[in-house]
Design a binder for this molecule. Structure first.
Ligand code: SF4
Ligand code: SF4
Length: 440
């Protein structure tokens, strides 16, 4: 069998730190997470009360749902609030917490409540679900949002509200949507088909504004770049028509009713249990989320399509249990001390086209590939780098301390171009991963 990814001894030696809580000065304990006082002291400018109110978003605003299935809503978060919310997420991250914990604060539920009447005008009577996420995507092309997906693969009325807390544009990981009327898979109601990524449009949003889209829409978070003016900070929410409740196990919430701290923690735990496969979190946090949100997440996962389940397993295996080692990730995306090379990239030309479309600029070959002349000098003692048949190869950061990682590998051990990665990566399953997949 041909080995697309040339590797003399997989897996590599050495440590890889997957730690979304990095940056902390002192470890945050599970007891801290469950303490209202801990969060109050961390962000004293925000509040945690028993119920939440919010002014409705003005329905007379020009944004209108249309056949495209999305609308841009301006000023969903009042101007004076925007920096406060962005700062709160920065404070959580600086303390070593994932931004998802912002949902303990009243102010992070207000955007959803203020838009609920608008959502109702689109979906009919609807509820807010315990399904959302929060992001802080750092500056730099190693960072980006979630890969292409649909928030709902059932043919029901659901919508996602995504709120920008910093200005986003093509350089700072703005959202990309495939409008429903441009997506052949949607027209044919093949909601497990995510292939229309070449029809996506990048949509910038000012801080405080929001995108509201049909949850069946194919979409993804863009890449950041060195040209980004700041990290991208954003939050999301999900609404479902009441008639669609129960289609899957995502639970309706009522923040206007009794919504104390413990209930919010339960919602956060369920979100972590739903989406930990998208972002590697520390095991303690993942386990905590699964304990509190386990049943709901398991119910939702049981509704994944076979392709989604396969992607989910690959993602979990490669980012959390690479080669069966707990906490290990992406060993085959680093050269480390091994005699291996990530090549040959047989679809180099179409890969460059995909990358250029995603980045919105031409991408020179030398930016992402190493050719034979350069490669053989980079690693003169490694046989895989001395064979011209293995080129072009993926460019790596020549940094022994970091294990010579592929230039597209994030510091969390994830491929930052997962949806458009070249065939050499798409087709490579190490022995361990092949065994796991054969059991599905
Ligand atoms: S294929 Fe996945 S599990 Fe196997 S070495 Fe690569 S990252 Fe690790
Ligand atoms: S492109 Fe992505 S999958 Fe391929 S080696 Fe680089 S980080 Fe890994």
């Amino acid at each position: 069998m041909e080995r697309a990814l040339q590797c003399a001894s997989c897996p590599a030696q050495g440590e890889f730190g997957v730690d979304a809580m990095k940056g902390t000065s002192a470890p945050v304990s599970i007891a801290d997470l469950q303490s209202e006082d801990f969060f109050r002291s961390l962000v004293p400018a925000l509040s945690i009360s028993d119920r939440i109110t919010a002014e409705p978003y003005p329905l007379a605003a020009p944004a209108r749902w249309s056949s495209s299935g999305y609308a841009l809503l301006r000023d969903v978060v009042p101007g004076h609030r925007v920096p406060m919310l962005a700062e709160a997420i920065r404070a959580l991250v600086a303390r070593g917490l994932h931004p998802i914990f912002a949902y303990v604060f009243d102010e992070f539920w207000e955007p959803a409540l203020s838009v609920q009447a608008y959502a109702q005008s689109v979906l009919g009577p609807c509820s807010l679900l315990g399904d959302g996420w929060a992001w802080l995507i750092p500056v730099g092309d190693r960072y980006g949002g979630w890969s292409a997906h649909r928030d709902c693969r059932h043919d029901v009325s659901m919508a996602t509200l995504w709120v920008a807390l910093t200005d986003t544009d093509i350089d700072s990981a703005c959202m990309h949507l495939v409008p429903l009327d441009r997506d052949p898979a949607f027209t044919a109601r093949r909601l497990d088909d995510d292939s229309a990524t070449d029809r996506g449009i990048a949509i910038g949003a000012r801080a405080g504004s929001a995108l509201f889209w049909d949850a069946r829409m194919l979409h993804w978070g863009g890449r950041s770049s060195e040209r980004a003016h700041s990290p991208r900070i954003s939050v999301s929410y999900t609404f479902a028509a009441n008639a669609a409740l129960g289609v899957d196990a995502r639970e309706a919430l009522d923040p206007r009713g009794s919504f104390p701290f413990r209930k919010r923690l339960g919602a956060i735990a369920s979100m972590i249990a739903l989406y930990d496969f998208r972002e590697p979190l520390p095991d303690a946090i993942t386990n905590w989320g699964r304990m509190f949100g386990r049943r709901r997440a398991a119910d939702v996962r049981s509704r994944l399509s076979p392709d989604e389940l396969r992607e989910h397993v690959i993602h979990h295996c490669c980012t959390r249990r690479c080669y069966g080692r707990a906490g290990e990730s992406a060993l085959c995306c680093k050269v480390a001390e091994r005699d291996c090379i990530i090549g040959p990239v047989t679809d180099s030309s179409s890969f460059l086209d995909r990358l250029a479309a995603e980045r919105g600029r031409p991408v020179p070959s030398s930016e992402v590939f190493v050719d034979f002349d350069e490669g053989r000098a980079l690693f003169p003692t490694r046989s895989t780098w001395q064979n011209p048949a293995h080129y072009p190869a993926m460019r790596v950061h020549v940094d022994a301390a970091k294990g010579h990682p592929c230039r597209f590998l994030s510091e969390h051990g994830e491929c930052t171009i997962h949806a458009i990665r070249p065939a050499v990566c798409r087709n490579y399953h190490c022995e361990h991963l092949s065994t796991v997949l054969s059991m599905l």
